[in-house]
Design a protein. Structure first.
Lengths: 368, 218, 805
């Protein structure tokens, strides 16, 4: 999941620097501001329920949920719910002496989307971390921004056993119940996930085993849905070290119960191999044990592009992981799953064919 | 003597330097006399006439009109001479464009304080102007305009009448008519007449003729 | 090649007559300059409004406000956000830093509907994190950046082009502290896209209402009239300037007839000649246009501070007092100079080109004012007058009002020469002496050559009389109105209701009366307006500037059964006493009376103060008018200042409000009067150039008279007198026209532009002064050609009569 981590980093960072010409400053601009924040460490052990809540001493953090759904009408749907936290100041400077009603050191942003075979609804909402407008807490677990909320159903639930999630935007809203059908997955070394050869890392765990039921409200009416969902939790402070052109990332649920996270970083993978593609993958067995693969074990190739929002975006991919005899083609459920948010990207449900079948989520950034 | 000119000199400053137009002109004219002043184009006929007519001042010499010397007169006094003693008929643009023929006819006489309606009526009849009395100068032909100019001058009964190519802009026929009328009427008033012209036809009809060459009269 | 030669030959005319060339350039530059200046002012003001609009409500055209005009609570905002509403808070206010008043707009950039592109900065220092956290980065307009830098809690000031003048934009967190308005929100900007699931506003926050971009959209509508006013003056000045250009070009073309004929005889084709003439005109237009634009810039720079003050005082619109030199002006300025030149030379050019190759070289035909021409002009004038009457009867709106003014002015100008000519005819008939007879006749004949200049003078004089009568009438009315309106000796605004109670208690026995002056901003008949609450007191019954009042009106209003409304509301919506008016969403009352309310562009109503507090319980009870013996008012003010710490804008005495109001008033009309003076100067210049032009063509008319026995000095004197006489006659004609214009301005234009009608007063002194100025100016203009004639050589005069000598 390291690939996904880096691009979100850039996204939130860009938002902060939005009024400055991006080309002039580049992502490198973030580098100078990294000092003073807590740094992920392999010695830190993730503890629950504490770590479900926010880590304001770290610079960035997110709660990221994607769901593949099927409606009572038989159609496939996708849903996304994301909450980003971004610290405005290092922890030492976070206590402002003259704290007013609006004073905050945290900035929050939510993205929500619903994808149907023929439509894609997107909404973005932003809030400052004051007045209780946005925030997160560990027990009872809750993460919210304005009227959007991801929260534990039972106050005593310490492990994401049962959650509800809700969001609404122009033209859509949804309410889903999530039941965990497997354990939480720790990435890397007990959740300490190294990102690059130069040592960038994050704290990172997931719950990929959610079973979903709920209801989508769309302009044409409501539809009851069931399906699966995948929740990522990640926090970090470290900046990017190189300019990258974009990322492609998938989270796949195979029908045999196994799962695959796969991603590639296009152009400038870091370290000495700036011009090449950097890949990473995690395979999760039906029982919930995970295997991580180093760079080069995976291959992702474009099969065809579609014109989306005035640009050519690859919406069919061939993914191979020879070690697990995976050779599949994935295709977008709806090619127009364009996220027209402050910083646009493509994110939507996909269908899997080939050695394995199933459904998943695809995320792509940097296509111009 | 109505008019006597003695040793009259006049020069102009031109771009080439001083141009002496009149170099000591002498001439005399008695009341009732009608003299033609001839000479080539540019010989100074008009200048001599204008000096006698108190329009311009001269450099040296004397001009006496009816016992009054023009030498040393100022602007106002010269204007008074023009009003009362001299009548001038020019080649063109004699008339006041903003006034009717009738007003033009009377204008000089009224300026001179010698308006005689009976005489003016007679003049306009004799000059064949009765039907144009209400017209404006620009509505008249060249010959008609000159007849008005003659009438206007005679109406004021000046003792001396000067005419500068009065028919210069007219065709031969019209010219003859105008001259005949002018000579008749001048004779009736008993005024002296000096006409500058290069037309021999006109000169022949006068009592005598003076020729101006090289700034001198011969 | 031939073109080049033709051009050079034609151009030699100007080097031969440099004065004429200068006249043409000055005339055209003046016309372009005045026009450009006015356009520059308008552009600057409009761009300031645009800035204000982007700053106040970026990309959004709807806001939520409280019906009673009070601030919105934080809890309301949070509840809205948590119920699916997408809004962004704005907190506005003013503060003083030294002597500067700074407008503070506190925003939450995080929740702003769009990204912050509209604040893109000049210096590139903008950084959202620094904007949001303390000590803050703020955005300030360049004019107050220094003062803003020393405000508490401010770390960095960046200046932005898009920040309206006199304004800082800060994070709402800092704005709360700077303005000392904790927990308050002025309004909520609605995001253009709202989410599907949101609770009804009625259920969630019934005290709020949705308003369409009020403050910014209004400014455009309100200030439109002011700018139209300016534009009208710009047009007038331009038209007057074109008279000069027309006169000069006409003369130059007349004088070059021989030159053109020679060129054509020498084989220059008509097409080449036309091209050369047009090229020459274009060159002149470009030179003069460029000079005009620069002149316009200085005019605008000179006038802009007053315009800015006017707009601020009258409409609360912020306009930068500084002028940017925009590329657009160059282009429009040059374009208008070219169009003006071509327009002014069209007939001369056509006439010259139609001339046969060998036409006799005649001096200008002394066209009489033919009866046919007079009839034609009378028809045109009558038609214009009928049009004006029809517009007056059936038209409405500000543009129509100005059209009436324009048609009247034009209609009068067209017949001016005929009117003067017929007057001359009458004089001529009664003249006894030959010279006077000639004088009248000749004056009449000279009119065609001077008519354009006289028309220009007529327009300028009439505009001057009209505008100064309007301003004077307004000033008198305004002054009297202020006396009535500001009947109380002191006006206070307390910090809060607690202090109000203390102050009222303390004033018991110290003041004759303490009258609440509370108000709410709400919608009156669907338009944003104010409702004032007042208590029944003799101060109002005796002094309030009522225009109409029903029998027992004060009693009805005192009892809460009726309302008083301001004149502009009554006129705009056609309300008369007895009509029922809708005050805010839920309340209606019959109108008992109408009062004048100058200087306020918005609807206003007055009701009993108890009724106001019943309708709007949350109304701020902080403003009071204090009646006290005038002699004691200073001492009382000082005591209040010491005891309650109220000062500055919170404690004002009658005299200083009046002084400030009159100051605003004077500045409002500074520009109008400045333009007036400029227009008059242009007209004076037009007279001068026409006389100069005429003088060179007058010899054939003057020479016969001279030959018949008038001196040059006499004739020069008569020429001088003639100019004065014509100017005086024009002035006499201008007077009724100017008064008609004043009436139109007071009774038609003002009503359309501001919503009030003013009584008209006559200022004879002003007319005399104006007449004196006019005569002195004409005397100066006429003196030069007259002097020139008085010293002309007789030789030059006799040249008229003969070609040879």
């Amino acid at each position: 999941m390291s690939v996904k981590a880096t691009w979100i980093w850039a996204l939130v960072g860009l938002w902060l620097l939005s009024a400055v010409p991006v080309g002039a400053q580049g992502y490198g601009g973030l580098g100078t501001e990294a000092q003073g924040y807590a740094v992920p460490s392999p010695q830190t052990l993730i503890e629950f329920p504490k770590d479900h809540g926010p880590h304001p001493h770290f610079r960035i953090e997110w709660w990221y949920l994607t769901a593949n759904l099927t409606g009572e009408d038989g159609s496939n749907y996708g849903a996304q719910w994301t909450l980003f936290r971004n610290a405005l100041k290092p922890p030492a400077a976070q206590k402002s002496p003259e704290a007013g009603n609006w004073s905050t050191s945290q900035l929050w942003m939510g993205h929500a989307a619903v994808t149907t075979p023929s439509a894609h609804y997107v909404s973005e909402t932003r809030a400052r971390g004051s007045l209780g407008l946005a925030g997160a807490q560990s027990l009872p677990f809750s993460a919210w921004i304005n009227d959007w909320r991801l929260a534990a159903k039972a106050p005593g639930d310490q492990n994401f056993r049962q959650l509800t999630v809700a969001a609404s935007g122009a033209g859509f809203s949804y309410q889903l119940d999530l039941k965990a059908r497997g354990p939480l997955i720790f990435h890397g070394q007990n959740g300490y996930s190294v990102k690059s050869s130069s040592g960038h890392a994050s704290h990172y765990y997931s719950q990929p085993h959610f079973e979903v039921s709920g209801r989508l409200n769309l302009p044409d009416g409501s539809v009851n849905v069931i399906g699966t969902a995948w929740l990522d939790r990640e926090w970090s402070s470290q900046p990017l070290s190189a300019a990258q052109s974009g990322w492609d990332w998938v989270a796949l649920n195979f029908s045999d119960g196994s799962k695959l996270m796969a991603g590639q970083l296009r152009g400038g993978g870091g370290g000495n191999r700036r011009d090449e593609t950097y890949t990473s993958a995690t395979w999760i067995s039906p029982r919930g044990t995970s295997t991580s693969y180093p760079d080069g074990s995976l291959s992702m190739e474009e099969v065809s592009r579609s014109t989306v929002a005035d640009r050519a975006v690859p919406t069919v991919w061939r993914v191979k992981l020879p070690d697990k005899a995976i050779d599949i083609e994935i295709e977008a459920l709806n090619k127009n799953a364009w996220m027209s948010t402050s910083f646009p990207y493509w994110e939507g449900p996909v269908v899997i064919r080939g050695t394995h079948s199933g459904r998943g989520y695809l995320e792509m950034t940097g296509y111009k | 003597m109505l008019l006597s000119v003695n040793n009259l000199k006049k020069s102009f400053v031109t771009e080439e330097g001083m141009l002496q137009v009149l170099r000591g002109v002498d001439l005399e004219l008695a009341a009732g006399d009608r003299l033609a002043l001839t000479g080539e184009s540019g010989c100074g006929k008009s200048t001599l006439l204008y000096l006698i007519g108190a329009l311009e001042s001269f450099d040296a010499g004397e001009i006496w009109i009816d016992g009054i010397s023009l030498a040393g007169l100022n602007d106002r006094q010269r204007a008074a001479m023009r009003r009362t003693s001299v009548g001038i008929i020019f080649q063109q643009f004699n008339l006041i464009p903003s006034m009717t023929v009738s007003h033009n006819l009377r204008f000089h006489a009224r300026l001179a304080g010698a308006e005689d309606s009976h005489w003016i009526n007679q003049l306009s009849q004799r000059l064949g102007l009765t039907e144009f009395l209400k017209a404006y100068p620009e509505q008249l032909s060249g010959g008609q305009q000159q007849r008005v100019a003659i009438g206007r001058t005679l109406a004021a009964r000046p003792k001396l009448i000067l005419a500068d190519e009065p028919t210069g802009n007219l065709d031969e026929n019209t010219s003859d008519q105008v001259i005949t009328l002018m000579l008749q009427l001048v004779e009736e008033t008993g005024a002296g007449l000096l006409v500058a012209t290069h037309s021999s036809r006109l000169a022949e009809r006068m009592d005598g003729s003076l020729h101006l060459t090289s700034g001198l009269v011969s | 090649m031939t073109l080049q030669i033709a051009l050079r030959v034609l151009w030699s005319h100007w080097t031969y007559r440099p004065l004429q060339f200068l006249t043409l350039l000055v005339g055209l530059s003046l016309a372009t300059g005045l026009w450009t200046g006015v356009q520059a002012i308008n552009t600057e003001a409009r761009s300031s409004y645009d800035q204000a609009r982007t700053a106040l409500l970026p990309q959004a055209n709807q806001v939520l406000q409280r019906r009673d005009g009070q601030s919105i609570k934080l809890t309301t905002y949070v509840a809205l956000q948590q119920s699916g509403w997408r809004t962004s808070p704005v907190l506005e206010g003013e503060l003083s830093s030294g002597n500067t008043r700074i407008k503070v707009i506190g925003v939450d950039l995080v929740s702003m509907p769009q990204t912050m592109d509209s604040w893109s900065q000049d210096d590139g220092k903008f950084n959202l994190a620094a904007f949001l956290t303390s000590p803050h980065l703020i955005l300030a307009s360049a004019d107050i950046a220094k003062q803003a830098a020393i405000l508490p809690g401010v770390a960095i000031v960046t200046t932005g082009k898009n920040v309206p003048p006199g304004t800082i934009i800060t994070d709402i967190d800092l704005a709360e502290r700077l303005l000392d308005k904790p927990g308050q929100i002025s309004r909520l900007v609605l995001a253009p896209r709202q989410s599907l699931m949101q609770t009804e506003l009625q259920v969630l926050a019934p005290q709020l209402e949705r308003i369409i971009n009020q403050s910014a959209a209004d400014i455009d509508r309100l200030t439109d009239s002011f700018h139209l006013n300016l534009s009208a003056f710009g047009m007038l000045a331009f038209a007057v300037g074109l008279f000069i250009v027309q006169g000069t070009i006409n003369l130059a073309f007349e004088q070059r007839r021989g030159m053109c004929r020679t060129l054509r005889v020498l084989g220059v084709s008509l097409r080449t000649l036309a091209l050369a003439l047009i090229l020459e005109l274009l060159m002149i237009a470009v030179i003069a246009g460029a000079a005009g634009v620069i002149l316009g810039y200085f005019i605008a720079a000179l006038l802009l501070p007053d315009v800015a003050a006017t707009l601020r005082g009258l409409y609360g619109a912020q306009v930068s007092g500084e002028l940017d030199f925009r590329v657009g002006w160059w282009l429009t300025g040059l374009a208008i100079a070219i169009i003006g030149t071509l327009l002014a030379s069209f007939w001369s050019l056509l006439k010259l080109l139609r001339m046969p190759v060998l036409a006799a070289a005649q001096p200008r035909a002394w066209a009489l004012m033919t009866r046919r021409g007079t009839f034609y002009r009378l028809m045109v004038s009558g038609g214009l007058l009928m049009l004006a009457l029809a517009l007056l009867q059936w038209g409405s709106g500000l543009v129509v009002a100005f059209s009436i003014v324009a048609t009247c002015l034009l209609g009068a100008a067209v017949v001016l020469p005929d009117a003067i000519a017929s007057l001359m005819g009458v004089f001529e008939r009664f003249a006894r002496r030959p010279v006077s007879q000639w004088f009248w006749a000749d004056t009449r004949q000279q009119l065609p050559g001077l008519s354009l200049a006289l028309m220009a003078l007529l327009l300028a004089l009439a505009a001057n009389i009209g505008v100064s009568t309007m301003v004077g009438s307004f000033r008198l009315t305004f002054d009297g109105w202020l006396d009535q309106r500001l009947a109380a000796e002191l006006y206070v605004r307390t910090a809060n209701e607690k202090q109000s109670i203390k102050l009222r208690d303390w004033l018991q026995g110290r003041a004759d009366a303490v009258l609440p002056v509370w108000n709410v901003v709400t919608t009156i008949e669907g338009e944003a307006g104010q409702i004032f609450g007042f208590s029944d007191h003799a101060t109002y019954r005796n002094y309030w500037p009522m225009l109409q009042l029903q029998q027992g009106g004060w009693d009805n209003v005192a009892a809460g059964r009726a309302v008083l409304i301001n004149e502009q509301l009554a006129r705009r919506r056609g309300f008369a006493p007895g009509d029922v008016i809708r005050l805010s969403e839920d309340h209606k009352l019959p109108v008992a009376g109408i009062y004048s309310d100058y200087g306020n562009p918005r609807p206003q109503a007055m009701i009993n103060v108890d009724l106001l507090t019943r309708w709007f319980p949350k109304v701020a009870k902080t403003r009071y008018a204090i009646r006290v013996d005038a002699a004691k008012s200073q001492a009382l003010a000082e005591e209040i200042r010491l005891k309650f710490g109220l000062e500055g804008r919170n404690l004002v005495d009658q005299a200083s409000i009046k002084r400030r109001s009159l100051e605003i008033f004077e500045r409002t009309f500074t520009i109008t009067q400045a333009l007036n003076v400029l227009t008059l100067s242009v007209a004076g210049f037009a007279i001068f150039t026409s006389l100069l032009t005429q003088s060179s063509m007058r010899l054939p008319q003057l020479a016969p008279i001279w030959a018949l026995g008038l001196t040059r000095r006499q004739l020069a004197g008569l020429e001088f007198l003639r100019a004065l006489l014509l100017a005086a006659l024009t002035m006499i004609f201008a007077l009724p026209l100017g008064l008609g214009l004043a009436w139109l301005l007071l009774a038609v234009v003002n009503v359309e532009a501001f919503g009030w009608r003013l009584p008209m007063f006559l200022f004879v002194d002003d007319w005399l002064v104006l007449a004196l100025y006019g005569l002195v100016a004409t005397a100066f203009a006429a003196a030069i050609p007259a002097r020139r004639f008085s010293t002309i050589a007789p030789a030059d005069l006799v040249k008229v009569f003969a070609h040879e000598r």
